[in-house]
Design a protein around this ligand. Structure first.
Ligand code: PSV
Ligand code: MN
Ligand code: MN
Length: 424
């Protein structure tokens, strides 16, 4: 399945008039729209290879048809997304869910789709067939050195594969922890984990980064060994300048102030990567912006402010990725919606009157502070995001074109109805 350039152009010309009207209306009211459109065009969000099939819950999985059956087909799907929005130009692999066989062919395919290899993800939270040691009681925290060594070796192997593909970062998420009080010596678990991470850190190439992803709970329900941003930051600080904290929006206890966390991590120069999703309860992995779009905007407001304060480039300063997949939507439509929501939150954050906000803060004018933030949040920025797509030769309405072209039906035609994406 390939989308032809003329199909995008035809779609855009049908919507051009109405888009132009909305875009011009917005530019009359807002200063600096050109700069915002340019920034939106540069901003790319990596797609994880595991989001292309229907996710599941522990109660069941209802696969859709036409899901990718191989890494090549997953890249094909991301290629389609990227053609539709020109904002999904990177793929994040999870080893061994993805098995890159012929690296040169995989790289050539990526180049053909215009994709970059984002952070590599290791997996020491599941036992793989034929594996010698079990991760049932943790991996890097394990009381048995042989288990820890296996986990370290796996991560080093993932780095090697990443180097061959042209990636430049490793994300480590550990399921390590305990489910019952008394099960674990917290300090020993921390020290073992640190030692394992240090061995991995020592194997990082010069220009690589390692992201330490934290998560409050699940699959362990009493303690998690990298359980919050404080613990992640401890590891990152002890490891050194190539280690950073990774924030996944779904990995906090309810009502955590994620925007404040992001702000302080950026201040410390220790925010490395981001996993976008949304949730009402926990690590729900729902479409970004589907439940709490205001929170997403507040987070972006801190990201933009913090990155500007450090002179960081928004597009390349942090690793941006979606980490979501669920049961009931077409995964590709779901990802298009997530990217759109992220772009909107970013555009709204760019609209914030930063100088006015600082002045209002200095005067303790709380009402004005809220007005400034909500003025930006309540601006309909969709024409700005659409304009960025139009200029990048993407579709004005990606989900609309996905349906018009019957992409899913065609993928089912090619791959069959009963497919299960690998690795999920
Ligand atoms: C864990 O919940 C997580 O957020 C990590 O990023 C994993 O690598 C990913 O989900 C996939 O399970
Ligand atoms: Mn994640
Ligand atoms: Mn998660």
């Amino acid at each position: 399945m390939k989308i032809e350039r003329y199909q995008i152009e035809e779609h855009n010309s049908k919507l051009a008039q109405s888009h132009q009207r909305k875009f011009e209306f917005l530019t009359q009211d807002i200063q600096g729209t050109e700069d915002i459109v340019q920034k939106l065009m540069k901003f790319q969000i990596a797609i994880p290879s595991w989001a292309l099939g229907t996710g599941g819950t522990r109660f069941g999985r209802f696969s859709g048809g036409g899901e990718p059956r191989s890494l090549e087909e997953k890249m094909g799907d991301i290629g389609l997304l990227h053609q539709l929005n020109q904002s999904s130009g990177a793929i994040s692999l999870h080893i061994p869910w993805d098995i890159p066989q012929n690296i040169q062919d995989i790289k050539a395919l990526a180049a053909q789709y215009g994709l970059r290899f984002d952070a590599m993800n290791s997996n020491t939270f599941q036992d793989q067939p034929g594996q010698e040691q079990s991760y049932k009681f943790g991996s890097m925290q394990h009381v048995d050195k042989a288990v820890r060594k296996q986990a370290v070796d796996h991560n080093i192997e993932v780095i090697k594969q990443g180097v061959a593909l042209g990636s430049d970062s490793l994300t480590v998420w550990l399921a390590d922890g305990s489910s019952f009080p008394g099960q674990l010596n917290f300090r020993r678990a921390f020290e073992n984990t640190l030692e394992s991470l240090q061995e991995i850190y020592a194997a990082l190439p010069e220009d690589w980064k390692v992201f330490v992803e934290y998560k409050a709970f699940e699959p362990n329900f009493y303690s998690t060994t990298v359980g919050d941003w404080g613990q992640s930051l401890l590891y990152a600080n002890k490891l050194g300048p190539k280690a950073y904290t990774l924030v996944d929006l779904g990995h906090h206890l309810p009502n955590a102030n994620i925007e404040q966390i992001v702000s302080l991590l950026l201040m410390e120069g220790k925010l490395g990567g981001f996993h976008f999703n949304d949730s009402k309860y926990g690590d729900d992995d729902l479409t970004a912006g589907s439940v709490k779009p205001y929170q997403l905007f507040l987070i972006f407001n801190e990201l933009v402010a913090g990155m500007d304060a450090k002179g960081m480039d928004h597009a390349s300063g942090l690793g941006w990725m979606i980490d979501a997949s669920h049961n009931v939507k077409d995964p590709l439509e779901d990802l298009l919606q997530s990217v759109e929501a992220i772009m909107m939150a970013y555009a709204q954050a760019l609209l914030v009157d930063k100088q006015g906000l600082e002045e209002a803060r200095l005067q303790n004018d709380v009402v004005r502070c809220q007005e400034i933030l909500q003025n930006a949040f309540r601006t309909d920025v969709r024409p700005l995001v659409a304009e960025a797509r139009l200029r990048a030769n993407a579709a004005l309405n990606p989900v609309g074109l996905f349906r018009e072209l019957q992409v899913r039906e065609k993928l089912i035609g090619e791959r069959g109805y009963k497919t299960v994406a690998t690795g999920l």
